[in-house]
Design a protein around this ligand. Structure first.
Ligand code: ADP
Ligand code: MG
Length: 346
């Protein structure tokens, strides 16, 4: 933690994206009232873009010729704009600026990255997030490469299919209730007893929950703060596996029983009060995966599982499979049974 105080760069130059539609639609006001005064007081120079629609932030990142002038990209929105920034950086022709730090002010309805950076105990999270950006010690996060028939996407947070995808994407019309819409969405899926057909090919790294937990505790205890300069500069994009167009490697296992939910994540929290991946490590090169088999779990146990996700103890339920995974290929069996969501985006 001392690194944060020793190496703070004064008068940071920030590229800021505000999504006026995020959360309950107050992002611009939040920024002006609660965040901008703190950046000003710290002598930060802010270049502000109010996004004008889907993929605007992504496009502007791809086209920017001056990213080298900024100390960080700041997102005033939910995880959706973080996703766009990550995808924009990785879609650029040059690979020079993909390690520019990304900071986030949690003005969306899904603010997973922000919760992961601060934990759940911070009350005034807008101001605190502004301070985190000013002090900023960057941390590396693995990025997952996803290929579908229509091209490649990059994911920093999660991929999901089944009830966990529907809870976000089927409740877009309930934005006004804030993040309770996710809980409501999963409850609807449980009560309706939804079932999702798929084929899953999976390259496991570890299947045993106890070993996963032990390894996590060890890795967590050995964590060290990084020098700020470690996280800047040029990195090469390396894809460990092929794409959907390649045959499934022989050492991947195939699953085909219907599921209630599939959830893969890189970071522990997906929102306040929801820590589905309690053993996730942001840069261990692996994804944490939850699979809930449809015929193994009753409605009552599914509701109990929902409650346990608040503390991350759902992984102890015998109905919940929890794995460390290197790669997977997901094939939904019907196109209209449900959504696939990547970082909360359809
Ligand atoms: P939330 O957490 O509230 O969902 P996100 O950051 O995930 O907030 O953004 C939600 C969606 O809004 C993203 O898909 C993004 O592309 C889109 N978006 C960005 N700018 C605008 C805009 N001006 N009007 C409508 N939608 C926008
Ligand atoms: Mg979103």
């Amino acid at each position: 933690k001392n690194v944060a105080y020793q190496k703070v760069k004064p008068n940071k130059h920030l590229k800021i994206f505000i999504n006026p539609n995020s959360g309950t639609g107050k992002a611009v006001k939040i920024f002006e009232k609660e965040v901008k005064p703190i950046f000003d007081a710290a002598g930060c120079k802010c270049d502000i873009v109010v996004t004008n629609g889907r993929d605007d932030a992504k496009r502007k990142i791809i086209e920017a010729s001056d990213l080298q002038n900024y100390d960080a990209i700041v997102v005033v929105s939910g995880d959706g704009i973080v996703h766009e920034v990550v995808n924009g950086l990785l879609s650029r022709k040059d690979e020079s600026f993909i390690k520019i730090p990304i900071g986030v002010i949690p003005a969306g309805s899904g603010n997973a990255l922000n919760v992961c950076l601060h934990g759940e105990t911070i009350n005034s999270s807008m101001q605190h997030s502004a301070l985190t950006i000013i002090k900023g010690v960057p941390m590396d996060v693995d990025i997952c490469s996803i290929t579908q028939e229509d091209g490649e996407y990059f994911s920093f947070l999660s991929q999901t299919y089944g009830a966990t995808a529907d809870c976000d994407l089927r409740t877009e019309n309930l934005r006004w209730i804030g993040d309770s819409r996710f809980t409501l969405g999963v409850l609807m899926a449980i009560l309706e007893g939804r079932r999702y057909e798929w084929e899953m090919a999976i390259k496991y790294s570890e299947k045993n929950k106890d070993i996963i937990k032990q390894n996590y505790k060890k890795a967590y205890a050995e964590q060290k703060p990084k020098d700020v300069s470690d996280s800047e500069g040029i990195v090469k994009i390396e894809r460990k596996y092929g794409s959907v167009n390649d045959p499934i490697p022989k050492d991947w296992e195939i699953l085909s029983d219907d599921i209630f939910a599939f959830y893969s994540g890189k970071l522990p929290w997906v929102g306040k009060g929801a820590i589905p991946f309690p053993c996730a490590l942001p840069n261990d090169g692996l994804m944490d995966v939850i699979i809930v088999n449809r015929d193994k779990i009753s409605r009552l146990r599914a509701i109990s599982m929902m409650q346990k996700i608040a503390k991350g103890t759902h992984i102890d339920l015998e109905e919940v499979d929890y794995y460390k995974v290197e790669a997977f290929r997901l094939t939904p069996k019907s196109r209209d049974v449900g959504y696939i969501s990547i970082d909360g985006e359809k």
